[in-house]
Design a protein around this ligand. Structure first.
Ligand code: KG4
Ligand code: ZN
Length: 337
């Protein structure tokens, strides 16, 4: 079955054509980063207007690159939440119009289910059951994945998401937007143990995450460091970035390890924009290796927002006979289980 997947949940306009929920025939993403960069974050009103301008060209380009016409598309999968309402509406109404005019079945997809299933776009994917950690600008969750469509949430963040913590840290340090890549690049030159930032909730009984205390600790440290003439103990910005990144990685790795022990699974998948982080990839691969657990990461283009992961999630709903009617609506909040 050939499925067209569409995602416009935040600041990327994305469309992809995927065969049988496994083989990507095309994946096109129009990024809005340059538009939002001067504002230091996503401006919802600008995002939806930009989606409106780009949704048609992006979908047409995905069909062109896949070398399929709309007649060959057997299902449309579109993100209906969670996300920015104005952004989600653009993708949904475009998808509805194509579905109605061409009489193509349509299903609404939870963006988080897309991230969880993005690993199935790779040749090597875990067997069920596995644990999935989704770490992005908007979400930091851990799930037990028992099958397609069968998810049990094990942990969530009680305040900021991991990507949001990277973005806010980078903004504070004047490294620009988005912050994850900027912090990772700078951290390469620094020492991870020069500053001992807090690891919020790492030692607590709770399986949940919290990053706002870490952000505050960084802010306090950075301001003091900046105001000190001889830069305390000659520490550099790179040392601060490396120590901050290490704290985030420690928290993510620690909570993931607890979830793996609790569920006794033999495989984990990590997805979402923060899963691009090479320090996180190395750490999790080493740590899980010691415990005999395999770690799967999608390639970077499938970690960040894309339409292909939405097509995968939609495919598994379509083959079970699920169909949305044209009254389907968007949801800014959309828990998965
Ligand atoms: O999944 P994504 O593209 O969009 C959301 O659904 O949020 O994730 C974007 C987030 C941003 O917060 C960005 O700073 C973070 O992923 N990110 C990274 C890296 N690359 C992107 N965080 C840490 N290290 C990276 N290399
Ligand atoms: Zn996402």
């Amino acid at each position: 079955m050939i499925v067209l997947g569409i995602d416009s949940s935040c600041d990327d306009t994305a469309a992809a054509v995927v065969a049988d929920g496994r083989t990507t025939l095309s994946s096109v993403v129009h990024s809005q980063i340059p538009l939002h960069r001067p504002h230091g974050g996503v401006v919802p009103e600008l995002a939806s207007r930009e989606h409106l301008r780009n949704i048609g060209p992006v979908v047409r380009e995905s069909l062109k690159r896949a070398e399929v016409s709309l007649e060959k598309i057997e299902g449309i999968a579109v993100t209906v939440g969670p996300g920015l309402i104005g952004s989600l509406l653009v993708g949904l109404y475009y998808a509805k119009a194509v579905s109605y005019c061409r009489d193509i079945p349509i299903v609404g997809v939870n963006h988080l289910e897309g991230h969880i299933l993005s690993i199935f776009l790779e040749d090597s994917a875990p067997e069920f059951p596995f644990v999935a950690m989704t770490v992005s600008g908007g979400h930091t969750n851990i799930y037990l994945v028992k099958g397609f469509g069968e998810y049990e949430q094990l942990a969530h963040t009680v305040d900021d998401a991991a990507g949001e913590a990277f973005d806010k840290a980078a903004k504070l340090m004047g490294l620009g937007y988005p912050g994850g890549w900027a912090i990772e690049s700078l951290a390469r030159e620094g020492s991870t143990d020069s500053i001992r930032f807090p690891r919020p909730m790492l030692s607590s009984e709770s399986s949940d995450f919290s990053f706002s205390g870490l952000k505050t600790a960084l802010a306090l440290y950075y301001r003091k460091w900046k105001d000190t003439e001889d830069k305390q103990g000659n520490l550099t910005m790179a040392d601060i970035a490396a120590s901050f990144q290490e704290a985030v990685v420690d928290v993510l790795a620690g909570k993931l390890a607890s979830a793996v022990r609790m569920t006794c699974v033999k495989a984990v998948a990590v997805a979402g924009g923060v899963a691009c982080n090479n320090r996180l990839r190395t750490r999790l691969t080493e740590q899980m290796g010691h415990e005999g657990v395999r770690v799967f990461f999608p390639r970077a283009a499938y970690c960040t927002d894309n339409g292909a992961m939405i097509a995968v999630a939609g495919f598994h709903r379509l083959i079970k006979g699920e169909r949305a009617d044209l009254g389907i609506d968007v949801r800014s909040r959309y828990p998965i289980d």
